[in-house]
Structure formats: C-alpha cells, structure tokens
Design a protein around this ligand. Structure first.
Ligand code: C2O
Ligand code: CU
Ligand code: CU
Length: 449
C-alpha cells in the first residue's frame, strides 16, 4: 500500500459513521424520453472537496428502471467541456446505440439513442466508454444502475420496493490525497496492478448509514471501481443468499457469508435483519485494505420477512461443443504497462473478427500474464449475456451458474464461455474491465453481421 494511504488511515480512523449521513438512493427514471445531463460537479467528503462528474447531478446518475419489451428513448446532453460516451453495460442493443468508443457525444452536443429491451430481468449499469478515457470518466463519477424488470421478476415473492427493501449498492474505492480530495492520477504501478483507493464510497457517500426496520432486504451490489476486486461481507459473518448475477437470477441461489466481485460485475443478495440490530457492510480490497463501508441500523419495528427462494427460472445459453465456432482470447500483460489480447492492443480501425447474427460460439479466454507481470484481468463482452461452461476445465460454482457479461480471470486461469448475439448487428467491443487495462489497450472489436 502507498505511504500516503497509510498516513491517511491513521488520521482518519476516528472519523466514523455519522448518523446524519444516510445512504443516498439514486433517483428512478424510466419510460421513453429519459433525459440525462452529463455535467461537472463536486462532492464534499469529510476530508475535503473533490471535483466530480455526474448524470443530472454532482456524482453518479439516476437508476434507469425499465420493463422487458419496453421501447426506450433518451436525450443525453453532454454538458462537460470534453467528449464522452454512454455505454449500456450488459445490454443487448443495436451497435449504433451501444455507446462504445465509436458513439462519441461531443462536448455541447446531444445523443438520442432509442432501442427495445429484449432481455430478461437483471441489474445492469451504464458508464462512459471513450477511447483511453473510460477510467477517468468513471472515476470522476459517471456511472448509474440500469434495472430491467419482467413478468417473472414481478411475480416473485422477494423484496422489490426500490429504495425501501430493494437497495442499490454501488461500491467504489477512491484515493484521497493530502488535500482531502480524489483526483484521477494512476501511476504506472497502479495501471498495471490496480488503482486502489484508501476510502470506499457507497452510492457516492463515505461511511453512510442505512436505517431500516427489521425484515428481509435485497441489495443490488455493483462493483463500480476502476480496478479493485472486492470481497463483500457483513460484520459478524452474517449469512446471506445470492439470488442473481450480472444477467439475472441464478438457477439455484447460494447461501454464503462472502462474495468476490470484480470491476463491473453485479450480484443481488437477500439478507435478514433482526430488530435492534447493528451491523456493517464490509468491503475488503483484494491485495489492499479492509473497510467498514456502510453501517446498517435496524430499529425496534418489525418489517416484512421473506423466505429466500432456492431456485429460479433461468435460461442458460445453449451450446454444442461439436458444431459451435470456437475462438481463443489470450490476455497478456506486456512490458511497460502495455496490455494486449491475442498480441494486439486496441485500434479503433481494426475489426478483430466477424460472426453471423443469431449464432452461438464457444470462447476460451486465458490470462497468460508475462514474467513478473502476473495480474488479474476480467473479460467483458458487449451486446450479450453469456453462460460459463468451465473455469480451468471444471464446472463453475453456483455464483457463475447464471448469465454473466463480465468474468474475473486470475493469472494463469482459463475460462470457457458460451456466447450468442441475437437480433442486433454492428461493431461491438470485448475488453478487460479493469479500466486502466482497457484504457491501455486491452480491448478488441468484433462485427455481428
Ligand atoms: Cu462496462 Cu465495455 O464496458
Ligand atoms: Cu459493456
Ligand atoms: Cu486487465
């Protein structure tokens, strides 16, 4: 850990949870004609003021909540004094509206994507994706949740009252400097090994308090960090049930006391809280420090308890080992902070391969490192939700049993996924979701035709 972080810890450790810092819940927006204004802002943390960027506000953005089969239209205004893009992470969407590096929203201009939701209930998110700038824009605060509901999710007897018992949890680490603010300034070491923070923000707040009645709560957890792997758990080893991953409900839920969640991944969990209980949501940074990221205070009032479902309807991607096209992706950390996939760094005008729409393929992805440069990577593909066939030739565990769009690959590891692209055509990205790696070239493009 960096020295400045250590110093800050000893200074700050007495600044603990203040009862008037309640957990912020991002506003809901929905329907057609969703308006997003991308703007500069600033936030006050107990240590000082940080310059930020946000959608319709100073930091982060509203939660977009939509239904399957719904037709959406947006007016996205770029009020920044620089270009950016808005990408719908995890969404099956026409390439021209994917919001990747090619769909630049010039400063002072408006982008009006419109598309139909063709996938099932899940917790997705949105964030900028400008070539070489994704890390900086996300770090400054440009991110929001994108929740899809469908008839099935609405029929389930689980908490679904947004902000009341269905709580968004956007976890991000930020590196507070000696002036008390966070500024995006990774050095070469950070770019390779991860840009770790010395504080954790939950929905943009430092050490917030969630005040609730007793009952069952659903947390939709997004690792919105740039390049930190989080272990998420509660104090007292409290048990919880994981019910959904990136692309929706798990076929079989998992009772556990911790989850590992890498940048860009989401999990939905159910937890019960008793009356007059006090606990903490703990976030440990892999290879870094451990934080009490949020305090949960339960009143003496009894709310609603739900049985945690053991199974859910969930449709995997069907594949055929004999007939499906296979592809291999080697993720390599080169010298001097250069990152490649299959030996190549991202180029805006190179398409790496093409595939026909409505086909299923089997992709093998390996993290092959390079000498001493053995660092974790993750693999994210646009316009799809994939099924994990194997991890190091073994059937994946319960957490990976549902649809996913981002998967962590530790050094030397290999994953095999079944991936399909339906309905929409065009040029899409695949990349490492450690944003400093992505911005340093660990990305490629494919064409669905
Ligand atoms: Cu969440 Cu291509 O990104
Ligand atoms: Cu994406
Ligand atoms: Cu990476």
């Amino acid at each position: 850990m960096k020295l400045k972080s250590l110093i800050l810890f000893s200074i700050l450790s007495f600044t603990l949870f203040s009862q008037d810092r309640t957990l912020p819940i991002p506003k809901l927006v929905s329907g057609d004609n969703i308006k997003l204004n991308i703007q500069h802002g600033s936030i006050n943390l107990p240590f000082g003021v940080s310059k930020t960027m946000g959608f319709n506000g100073d930091y982060l953005g509203p939660t977009i909540m939509v239904n399957k089969d719904e037709f959406l239209s947006f007016k996205i205004n770029n009020d920044l004094n620089e270009d950016t893009t808005v990408h719908w992470h995890g969404l099956r969407v026409p390439a021209e509206y994917d919001g990747g590096p090619h769909q630049i929203i010039g400063k002072g201009t408006v982008w009006e994507p419109e598309f139909k939701i063709i996938q099932s209930a899940s917790t997705l998110w949105y964030h900028p994706h400008l070539m070489g700038k994704t890390g900086e824009h996300v770090y400054n605060g440009l991110a929001g949740l994108f929740i899809i509901n469908d008839d099935y999710s609405k029929s389930l007897k689980i908490p679904k009252d947004y902000g009341v018992n269905d709580i968004p949890i956007i976890l991000q680490d930020r590196d507070i400097d000696r002036n008390g603010s966070f500024v995006y300034s990774p050095n070469m070491h950070d770019e390779v090994f991860g840009y770790f923070g010395n504080i954790i923000l939950v929905n943009g707040a430092f050490e917030p308090v969630l005040n609730i009645n007793a009952g069952t709560y659903r947390f939709r957890v997004l690792n919105g960090s740039n390049s930190s792997i989080f272990r998420v758990r509660f104090s007292n080893d409290k048990k919880f049930t994981v019910i959904a991953g990136d692309g929706g409900f798990l076929p079989k839920s998992l009772s556990t006391s911790e989850i590992i969640i890498s940048p860009g991944e989401r999990y939905e969990i159910l937890t019960d809280f008793d009356t007059d209980d006090e606990s903490f949501l703990i976030t440990d940074i892999y290879g870094g420090s451990s934080f009490k990221s949020m305090k949960i205070v339960t009143s003496n009032r009894e709310g609603v308890f739900y049985t945690h479902p053991e199974t859910f309807l969930s449709k995997p991607v069907e594949y055929n080992q004999k007939s499906n096209t296979k592809r291999e992706f080697l993720m390599e950390t080169q010298m001097m902070g250069r990152f490649t996939i299959n030996g190549k760094a991202m180029s805006m005008d190179r398409v790496d391969f093409s595939l026909p729409v409505d086909s299923t393929e089997i992709w093998t992805i390996k993290n092959i490192g390079f000498g001493m440069m053995q660092v974790p990577h993750s693999f994210h593909v646009h316009d799809t939700q994939f099924s994990v066939i194997s991890v190091n030739d073994k059937k994946p565990g319960a957490l990976y049993s549902g649809l996913k769009d981002t998967i962590l690959i530790m050094p030397g590891d290999k994953v095999e996924i079944a991936v399909n692209f339906i309905e929409y055509l065009g040029k899409y990205m695949y990349h490492c979701h450690f944003l400093e790696h992505e911005d340093s070239g660990m990305m490629g493009q494919f064409l669905v035709e």
